[in-house]
Design a protein around this ligand. Structure first.
Ligand code: AMP
Length: 458
């Protein structure tokens, strides 16, 4: 099947060709004709399926087919809005849309917090057809009156599940209230909680439903392996895998920012060039780490869940769960960083005795049982005490962060910081809270040998 046969015009087909895409992915095959028809869409699509082009290409075509009336102040209106949970994803989506729009006269702009608002305000003074934004920074612009959303014709909620998970629901509803009633709505989500279903019911009018992979499914192109290892031997086993298989590009997940920093430093000392990416890093540091990783300057990128959300590196070959996530869905998101758009990938998980309950939750979610393997020389010590998991040092992200935020306490300036969470307080603390809850639940398993977890973990 060709892109042209999906109804896309020559300008777009040419741009896709220049991006190196030859065949539409399954989500693109389904979404493009539906979005071109102008109706609302509810799409279940996991990361890496090509969903950005799935909504972006028909969006560009629809916008290029009609001319927008100027606003009362003579300016060109913003005609489409894409909301994403994190800065990285916003940047990635806008970059893709810009590439697809190359042969059209449509202009895109990305806006997220953690960077100065001034260049974004200046850019809004020019013609901008499509804005890709994180909710908090968009509301900053609304409160500064630098953006007028009253003419938005198309709205996309990308990774809606993650936006809700990050506590953005109230911001999303505030933004919805600023949009004209008559518009096309597209909602993309990897998972479907009751909260997402409620949002979809409120937002979408007689939507078409598409789902390209089973809910909470992992892509078939990803080979998943699970290695049993003592917590204190994880770093050695990770170094072994990297060295033994001569991996040149591996994304490693830790549960906490502190853990990410520490592991990156230690790997670097071991002679494996590594950097950490997480919410406490400045946007500049995050961008630098990502570009070094993409260009091969570093071999290992150590990331926390939130920071990694928007990372898109084509054909990323290896993902390692250095620590299993506390929330099983994050496992699907993590390993979705590899095996993207049809290429093969490998996801390794290092599982210590104290993480077995987390593994069980993951098995249940992905409806697969994990074969635990051992590597000679790294076999777990059957007599080793099971330590309580290391508490995270984060603040309070997640639903509690959302609670604070929903209380309406924050000023515009604070909100910009919060977008880092993407990063900032919430990115951090959510991990902290979740860990805390889990740590408490599992504490009875501990023999009280807490020192082991802190000093020996990698
Ligand atoms: P997405 O799920 O939109 O983040 O896309 C995942 C990756 O697949 C990105 O690197 C895209 O550039 C790439 N991609 C999207 N569509 C295609 C396609 N039809 N053929 C090859 N690569 C694609």
């Amino acid at each position: 099947m060709s892109f042209a046969s999906l109804g896309l015009n020559d300008n777009l087909v040419q741009a896709i060709h220049e991006c190196g895409y030859t065949q539409p992915t399954p989500i693109q095959q389904q979404a493009i004709p539906l979005v071109l028809k102008g109706g609302d869409l509810l799409a279940g699509a996991q990361t890496g399926t090509g969903k950005t082009a799935g909504f972006g290409l028909p969006m560009l075509q629809r916008l290029s087919e009609t001319k927008a009336r100027p606003l009362a102040n003579g300016r060109a209106p913003v005609r489409a809005l894409v909301l994403t949970p994190t800065r990285e994803l916003a940047a990635q989506v806008e970059e893709n849309l810009r590439a697809y729009a190359k042969h059209t006269d449509l202009r895109t702009l990305v806006m997220f917090g953690g960077v100065s608002i001034n260049p974004q305000m200046k850019a809004l003074g020019r013609k901008v057809d499509i804005v890709v934004a994180t909710p908090g920074r968009l509301l900053d612009h609304v409160s500064q009156r630098s953006i007028d959303l009253s003419r938005v014709e198309m709205l996309v909620l990308d990774e809606a599940d993650r936006m809700l998970d990050m506590g953005f629901i109230r911001d999303i509803r505030r933004i919805l209230a600023l949009l004209p009633k008559q518009r096309q709505n597209l909602l993309f989500s990897a998972t479907f909680s009751d909260e997402i279903k409620t949002l979809a019911e409120d937002l979408l009018h007689q939507p078409e439903h598409i789902e390209v992979a089973r809910r909470n499914a992992t892509a078939e192109t990803i080979s998943q392996r699970f290695f049993e290892v003592d917590k204190g031997r994880k770093r050695a086993l990770l170094s072994y895998h990297i060295g033994h298989h001569n991996w040149r590009q591996v994304l490693v997940f830790t549960r906490t920012k502190h853990g990410a920093n520490r592991l990156a430093e230690q790997l670097d000392k071991d002679g494996l060039p590594a950097m950490a990416i997480h919410g406490n890093k400045s946007q500049g540091a995050r961008t630098k780490a990502l570009s070094e990783f993409k260009s091969g300057g570093i071999r290992v990128l150590v990331a926390t869940d939130i920071a990694a959300r928007g990372i898109d590196i084509s054909e990323l070959p290896h993902v390692v769960n250095y620590e299993l996530p506390n929330v099983a869905e994050d496992y699907v998101h993590r390993i979705g960083r590899t095996g993207r758009a049809g290429s093969n990938g490998e996801a390794l998980s290092l599982v210590s005795a104290e993480e077995k309950p987390l593994l069980k939750a993951i098995e249940k979610l992905i409806k697969q049982s994990a074969d635990l393997e051992q590597v000679a020389g790294f076999e777990p010590d059957p007599n080793a005490p099971v330590a309580a998991p290391e508490p995270s040092r984060g603040g309070n992200r997640g639903r509690q962060g959302a609670g604070q935020r929903n209380g309406g306490q924050r000023s515009g300036g604070q909100r910009s910081g919060e977008q880092r969470s993407g990063g900032g307080q919430r990115g951090n603390g959510g991990e902290g809270n979740r860990n805390g809850a889990n740590a408490q639940r599992r504490r009875p398993r501990s023999n009280g040998n807490g020192a082991r977890s802190a000093s020996q973990n990698g």
